[in-house]
Design a binder for this molecule. Structure first.
Ligand code: ADP
Length: 823
């Protein structure tokens, strides 16, 4: 500090100043502080540095306040006044314009320069404290932040002195440990740790002492009140200049709540994991991008992939090779997981086929659910669950196959039944075939064709053809072509000749062939192209009848089609055979009837004079004693009986031919039935005697009506003959009665062999007999003729019989002829 003394002293002083001046000025220019001398009222006398825009000398004589920011003027003025007044140094803080031209903070020390016992001037040494202020501010801020953090996080601070083992806890640590006073030293402090965790904590502390790095420790402490608290201790080793660890410094935080949550989470996650793992369903978790993050064991099993192989894959991965139920590709962006991620909507019951790495196709039914972890707008993940339905699909496919097979079998059976019905509906098989082939198209084939050999066994110009095609316009041209262009070497002829089914299978390239046998260039060959054709020969009892052709335009015939074709062919052949046999039978029946008519007529012609001659001879023999020998008469009578019998048989045959030709003739007349029946019965007196049958006749006194006399005699005669023949020499009852509804009944009852129930209806048929020819002679025509005669008269005939007991035949006839009698 300079002071002004005597003149001598001043001269020495100036000398000295001049000597040290350059040094001082150099010093003043280079020190970081601003050194300045001012008068008490602030006029600058000296300054070592000026504002950047001015030279220091220019500043001399100017006011110091030029250097100071206006807000600092007041503080400066007060300080200057105090120093001037008290003579003691002062200090003030101000904002000024030195330095880099920007306002900086200065700490300015003000010293008095005394002269004459008073303060004549002031020295100012201003240090730039801008940086220090900033540092202080930052320090304060960070301390505030730390305190806030400590308070907010519940952090407790501690340190251990390595040398003394002294343990220091702050308020936070005391609060966490539930104590008011910290333990004396580290050893006592470790006592607060749960016995199970002490070793770990101690080892951790020792480790950090030796290595200098403090690894985080999580351990339990026991509070004095017995409460258990989980804490996290984090620290740092502080070393001295020699690198030796002096102190351990750190913080401790109560993590009990977190630990509890963790434990709860762990146990619930363990439970969740166990149940997810145990699920039969496959579970896959994908993130918002569709990437698989985790899956359970069932998912691995069902998809044939390990978790590691699956993780990282997305739905879009082509390796899934997923397919829809119809076999079409199932693009990844339409997978349920992708749909759920893009729409936020859950998907359920989506069926997908996935190829396992080995190529095996597994069918799964999938559900997907979105997870909204980060808000309700877009799913942040998707959980997909699925289960294996391969077996179910297999069973369904098998069912569908069986069902289709059953349907096909049923429709084949229907077709066969309908075919049989159509063929049986008429004996004109050729006409029926027209309908039959149309029925087959298009259910069994696109073309159905039947060609029948003509009477010369050829496909001649007039052979029968029935054709039906999906395109009806080809039917007529085909008929025309086949009738016109016959060829010996046509495949159709060959099939008939070889009598073997021929199948023309479609070509692999899908190109259909023209129907075999169609001459090219006829225009039809192009229109009658088929993928497969089957030609089936029609044969009945080894005789070729023709052939059946079935053809399909787009499909290939299989074994079922072949079997159906053969079955249809068989039915046609049978129908043709039956029709032919029927025709033949009709012809032979007709020939037989013609023969009977001719034969009976021809036999009766020579017999009539023989009967007359014989009758006359018998009478002459009886009149002449010469001839009436015991020898001749019985022989003549025997001859007459045989001739009578022969005549009756010939009459029967004549009746047969009359009845079959519908020529049964009635001669109706008014008559009394009683004498007629009596006379007829009397005529059989000899026969009854020979048969050993007694006759009992029961009739009213008179029974008038309108009947055919001869036919009434024929009815009684036939029934009486049978009664004698099969009556076992037992009595016979003939009863004639008047019935209700203006009818009469004629019944003949015997007590003979009887007729079994099953034969009773049969015996009224032509040539039907219920006895053996060896024991009883006859044609089996008597009852048939009787029935026709009774019916011609408008009546009915009935039979009641018991084998071994006897039979009663009863004819019930209107009294006045048939209802619409014309004769
Ligand atoms: P036929 O007597 O010439 O055989 P019928 O038509 O008169 O022909 O009789 C048919 C069949 O009915 C006989 O063959 C016989 O089996 C049976 N039948 C007819 N009448 C009698 C009867 N009274 N008792 C037992 N069987 C009878």
């Amino acid at each position: 500090m300079l002071s002004f003394g005597s003149a001598g002293q001043r001269s020495e002083l100036f000398d000295e100043l001049e000597r040290v001046g350059p040094f001082l000025f150099s010093l003043l220019e280079n020190i970081p502080d601003i050194v300045c001398m001012i008068s008490g009222d602030g006029v600058v006398h000296f300054v070592n540095r000026a504002r950047p825009d001015r030279a220091p000398l220019e500043m001399v004589g100017e006011s110091i306040y030029e250097y100071l920011a206006p807000e600092s003027h007041e503080a400066a003025r007060a300080c200057f006044a105090r120093v001037v007044e008290t003579g003691s140094p002062g200090l003030f803080e101000a904002a000024g314009f030195c330095g880099q031209g920007e306002a900086a903070r200065f700490e300015t020390r003000v010293g008095p320069v005394e002269h004459g016992g008073r303060v004549a001037a002031l020295t100012l040494i201003a240090s730039d404290i801008t940086q220090r202020i900033e540092m202080d501010r930052r320090l304060r801020d960070s301390r505030d932040a730390l305190e806030f953090a400590i308070a907010a996080t519940g952090l407790g601070l501690w340190h251990v002195d390595v040398e003394t083992r002294e343990l220091v806890w702050d308020e936070g640590t005391l609060r966490i440990y539930g104590r008011t006073v910290a333990p004396r030293d580290y050893r006592a402090g470790i006592e607060a740790v749960h016995p199970d965790d002490r070793a770990v904590v101690d080892a951790g502390v020792r480790e950090s002492l030796s290595t200098g790095t403090f690894a985080d420790l999580e351990y339990r402490i026991i509070r004095p009140d017995g409460g258990l608290v989980w804490v996290l201790a984090r620290g740092k080793a502080i070393r001295d200049a020699s690198g030796r660890v002096m102190r351990l410094l750190g913080g401790v935080i109560d993590i009990t709540a977190r630990k509890r949550i963790e434990e709860a989470l762990q146990s619930s996650e363990a439970r969740y994991r166990t149940s997810i793992a145990a699920l039969e369903e496959g579970i896959v978790l994908q993130d918002a991008e569709g990437t698989i993050h985790t899956c359970n064991a069932s998912a691995e099993r069902l998809l044939g992939l390990t978790q590691a192989q699956m993780c990282g894959r997305t739905s879009l991965d082509p390796r899934w090779r997923s397919v829809h139920e119809d076999g079409s590709p199932f693009p990844g962006d339409t997978h349920p997981a992708s749909v759920t991620l893009s729409t936020g909507e859950p998907q359920s019951g989506v069926i997908m086929g996935v190829h396992k790495p080995g190529g095996e196709l597994t069918w799964i039914s999938i559900n997907s659910r979105p997870l909204f972890l980060s808000g309700p707008t877009a799913p942040s993940a998707v959980v997909t669950s699925f289960f294996d339905i391969t077996e179910r699909k297999r069973a369904e496919a098998e069912n569908a196959r069986l069902l289709a097979e059953e349907r096909a079998a049923r429709s084949r059976a229907d077709l066969l039944a309908e075919t049989s019905k159509l063929l049986a509906s008429s004996l004109d098989v050729v006409s029926a075939l027209e309908e039959v082939v149309h029925r087959w198209v298009t259910s069994a084939a696109d073309l159905a064709l039947v060609e029948l050999l003509d009477e010369w066994g050829e496909f001649g110009p007039a052979h029968a053809i029935a054709i039906a095609a999906d395109d009806a316009t080809i039917e007529a041209p085909y008929l025309e072509l086949r009738r016109r262009a016959q060829s010996e070497h046509c495949p159709l002829t060959e099939v008939v000749r070889e009598a073997a089914v021929r199948l023309v299978a479609g070509r692999g390239d899908g190109v259909a062939d023209p129907l075999p046998g169609l001459p090219a260039g006829e225009g039809l060959a192009e229109r009658m192209r088929y993928r497969s054709t089957v030609m089936i020969p029609l044969t009945a009892r080894a005789e070729p009848l023709g052939l059946l052709v079935l053809a399909a335009r787009t499909r290939t015939f299989g074994p079922d089609d072949l079997a159906l074709g053969e079955e249809l062919g068989l039915r046609i052949a049978q129908a043709l055979d039956v029709a032919r046999l029927y025709g033949e039978m009709q012809t032979s029946l007709q020939k037989r009837d013609e023969f009977i008519a001719v034969a009976s007529h021809e036999l009766r012609t020579p017999l009539t004079p023989v009967v007359l001659q014989l009758g006359r001879l018998v009478q002459q023999t009886r009149r002449s004693d010469a001839l009436a020998s015991a020898e001749v008469e019985p022989k003549l009578e025997r001859m007459q009986r045989q001739i009578d019998r022969m005549q009756r048989l010939i009459e029967e045959l004549l009746d047969v031919s009359q009845i079959t030709r519908g020529h049964l003739h009635l001669e109706l007349e008014d008559l009394d039935l009683v004498p007629l029946v009596r006379e007829t019965v009397d005529g059989f007196a000899d026969n009854l005697a020979r048969a050993g049958c007694r006759l009992h006749l029961e009739m009213p006194p008179e029974l008038r009506g309108r009947w055919d006399r001869t036919r009434i005699e024929q009815i009684i005669g036939n029934l009486l003959c049978n009664a004698m023949k099969y009556g076992a020499a037992q009595p016979i009852d003939v009863i004639v009665r008047e019935e209700e509804d203006d009818r009469v009944s004629l019944s003949v009852a015997d007590r003979g062999i009887g007729i079994s129930l099953q034969d009773q209806a049969r015996v009224f048929q032509r040539f039907e007999r219920a006895v053996s020819e060896r024991h009883y002679g006859g044609f089996g025509l008597g009852l048939w003729i009787t029935r026709h005669v009774v019916e011609a008269m408008g009546g009915t005939i009935s039979l009641t019989s018991t084998p071994g007991v006897g039979s009663t035949f009863c004819a019930c006839i209107p009294r006045h002829g048939p209802p619409a009698a014309t004769t």
